[in-house]
Design a protein around this ligand. Sequence first.
Ligand SMILES: CC(C)(COP(=O)(O)OP(=O)(O)OC[C@H]1O[C@@H](n2cnc3c(N)ncnc32)[C@H](O)[C@@H]1OP(=O)(O)O)[C@@H](O)C(=O)NCCC(=O)NCCS
Length: 163
Amino acid sequence: MPAEIRRAHRADIDALVELENAAFSGDRLSRRSLHTLTGRRSAIVLVAVEETRIIGYALVLLRRLSRKARLYSIAVAPMATGRGVAGRLLETVEREALARGCGLMRLEVREDNSGAIALYEKSGYRCFGRRKNYYHDGMHALRYEKRLQSDASCRTHRDAAGC
Ligand SMILES: CC(C)(COP(=O)(O)OP(=O)(O)OC[C@H]1O[C@@H](n2cnc3c(N)ncnc32)[C@H](O)[C@@H]1OP(=O)(O)O)[C@@H](O)C(=O)NCCC(=O)NCCS
């Protein structure tokens, strides 16, 4: 059975903290941030659930009056990777962002995170920029974006990219 994708609730916070600890070695979201963002109208937090266990999550931030959404975090438990869970989370969160009026999804990813970069490129994201020394250890970030609908009004300037 494929994992069920549903909205996160505050009751999921312990599992989200555990997942965050298992999936990331640094720059983790704190319990407090996860608690605050889950349930906030300006955030979309989805979880992937398999046999009552949370095996993945995706978090998107929205801004009032902006058509740009930001994928702030996505992670899958190490024991559940390679089965398409992140791809499904991404598709679902993109649909929700579009339904909330966003035509563009943006994100940052560590330059050395080849797995996540492969995920984003396979999912239709294009690199449009780079942020130096973005992470706690000085690693640079690549900036990616994806148009969620073919709308000329949200055309962007990828030419300035340099990556
Ligand atoms: C990156 C991550 C979210 C991928 O989750 P996942 O559920 O394994 O990804 P999926 O199975 O949906 O992969 C979809 C596609 O992404 C690519 N991909 C994902 N992980 C990959 C890896 N480690 N190496 C190469 N390609 C990878 C593949 O193209 C894959 O498609 P394929 O299996 O048909 O080849 C997961 O490894 C993770 O949580 N990593 C730690 C946290 C993290 O880095 N988050 C991203 C922060 S920007």
